[in-house]
Design a protein around this ligand. Structure first.
Ligand code: SF4
Ligand code: SF4
Length: 374
C-alpha cells in the first residue's frame, strides 16, 4: 500500500480509502438487507491490506453503514482513521451537535478523526455554517473536547466555491468528486494541495461507471492494465494533489483488486498521462458533438430529462459503458438523483430544439436513445 501526507495534519493515509456506502447486501422480500458479517470482513480485509482510512456517513446503507463500520473498527481503532459526516440541516449548532453525538453512538467510538460538513456549497457555508452559534463554532468546540480531531468538508458545488471554502482557512481536509470522466475540480484540488489541505476523492471510478468493462477506457493504455477500474484509480492516484481515492467496495474481490492497484509503486508516467489525457479529450469532443449537457433545452413541458438521457447515451456510444447506461436509464424517475421521465414521454412538440445551441435533433436522438437503452 502507498501512503501520502494528509495535507498539514501530520498524518499519512493510504492512497486507497474504504468508502462504506455500498456495503454488501441482499434483497429479501423486496427489501435491501445488509450483510453485516460480510461487511465487517471486507472492511477488515482492507485494513489488513494496509488501508488506513475509512469513510462513512449517517445515511449510507439506510443508516446501517456507521454501525457496521463501528463494529469493523473493533481491534483496529488505533491504526485506522475514521471519517464521517454531518448533514447541515439547519444553522443550529445545537442540532449539529446532536447529530455528532448520534454518529458517535452508532460508531461506538469516543472520537471521529475527520468530521465533514456534508455536501456543502458556498451558500450553505455562508447562511448555515459560519453563523453565530452555528455548526462551525460547534465543530471547533467539539474539536477542543476531543470528540473530533479534524474539521473537513465534502463538496458538491462549482469548483470556484471549493476554492472559496478552502480559502476560509477553517478546514483541514476536503472530500470532492474527481475522475476520468469528470475533471472539473482539478484546479481546485491543486489549490487545496497548495494551501496544505488533504484531498480525498470520491467517485474515482465515477460511481461504478468506470468499473464496468469498457474497451474505450481500457484501450487508453493498451496492454498495460487489467481493467477500466484500474486505469480509473491509477489516473486519480497519479494526481499528486490527491491524497486518497475512496472506493465504495462491496466484495472481497474488489478489496483485493483495488489494494493491488493502490500498492503499485510505479505511478503512471508523464507520457502515459498525456496519452490518457489526449484520448479522453478526443472522447469528450465526440461526446460534446452529441450533447454538452448545458441544459438550455430544459424544462421540457412533458418532463423529459433530455440532458440526463443524452449523458447516458454518451456513456453508451462514446465510452462503451452500455451496461451501466442501461441500468441508469431504467432508474429515471425512480429516485431523486434521476428526476424526470425517460424518452418515451416525448410528445415531439419540438420546443426543446428551438433552444439547443448545438442544433441537436433532439426528437430523433431521443428515439435512438430509447431504442439503445430502453
Ligand atoms: S420535443 Fe419532446 S423532449 Fe422536446 S420539449 Fe417536446 S416533449 Fe419535451
Ligand atoms: S440544449 Fe442541447 S446540448 Fe444543451 S443539454 Fe439540451 S440537448 Fe444537450
Amino acid at each position: 500500500m502507498q501512503y501520502r501526507p494528509f495535507g498539514r495534519t501530520g498524518i499519512n493515509i493510504s492512497t486507497l480509502g474504504f468508502g462504506a456506502m455500498r456495503l454488501p447486501s441482499n434483497p429479501v422480500d423486496g427489501k435491501t438487507v445488509y450483510d453485516e458479517e460480510l461487511g465487517i470482513q471486507i472492511i477488515q480485509r482492507a485494513f489488513e491490506l494496509g488501508v488506513n482510512y475509512v469513510d462513512t456517513a449517517p445515511y449510507y446503507c439506510d443508516g446501517e453503514s456507521e454501525v457496521i463500520v463501528g463494529k469493523a473498527l473493533k481491534g483496529w481503532r488505533d491504526k485506522v482513521y475514521l471519517s464521517t459526516k454531518n448533514p447541515i440541516e439547519d444553522s443550529s449548532g445545537a442540532n449539529w451537535r446532536e447529530r455528532l453525538e448520534k454518529s458517535l453512538r452508532k460508531l461506538d467510538t469516543d472520537h471521529i478523526d475527520f468530521y465533514h460538513m456534508w455536501g456543502i456549497d458556498w451558500e450553505t457555508y455562508e447562511k448555515s455554517i459560519d453563523v453565530p452559534n452555528g455548526p462551525l463554532a460547534e465543530a471547533f468546540r467539539a474539536k477542543e473536547e476531543g470528540l473530533i480531531r479534524h474539521v473537513s468538508f465534502s463538496f458538491h458545488d462549482v469548483p470556484e466555491s471549493m476554492i472559496r471554502l478552502i480559502d476560509t482557512g477553517h478546514f483541514e481536509t476536503v472530500l470532492c468528486q474527481y475522475n476520468l470522466l469528470d475533471r472539473a475540480n482539478e484546479q481546485a484540488i491543486a489549490h487545496a494541495h497548495e494551501k496544505g489541505l488533504g484531498v480525498v476523492v470520491m467517485g474515482p471510478v465515477a460511481g461504478g461507471r468506470l468499473g464496468m468493462p469498457s474497451a474505450a477506457i481500457k484501450n487508453l493504455l493498451p496492454g498495460k492494465i487489467n481493467s477500466s477500474a484500474e486505469i480509473a484509480l491509477r489516473f486519480v492516484m497519479a494526481n499528486q494533489g490527491v491524497t486518497c481515492a475512496l472506493s465504495g467496495m462491496s466484495s472481497m474481490a474488489m478489496v483485493e483488486e483495488n489494494a493491488r492497484v493502490a500498492s503499485n509503486a510505479a505511478p503512471l508516467t508523464a507520457a502515459e498521462l498525456l496519452q490518457i489525457e489526449n484520448s479522453m479529450n478526443e472522447n469528450k469532443k465526440l461526446a460534446d458533438l452529441y450533447c454538452t449537457g448545458c441544459k438550455y433545452c430544459m424544462p421540457c413541458p412533458f418532463d423529459v430529462n433530455i440532458p440526463l438521457i443524452f449523458e447516458l447515451m454518451n456513456q453508451h456510444r462514446v465510452y462503451g459503458l452500455t451496461e451501466h447506461a442501461r441500468e441508469q436509464y431504467a432508474q429515471i424517475g425512480k429516485n431523486e438523483w434521476m428526476p424526470g421521465k425517460n424518452a418515451e414521454a416525448c410528445t415531439e412538440c419540438g420546443l426543446c430544439e428551438t433552444k439547443c445551441p448545438q442544433s441537436i435533433e433532439i426528437r430523433r436522438q431521443l428515439k435512438e436513445s430509447h431504442a439503445a437503452l430502453g
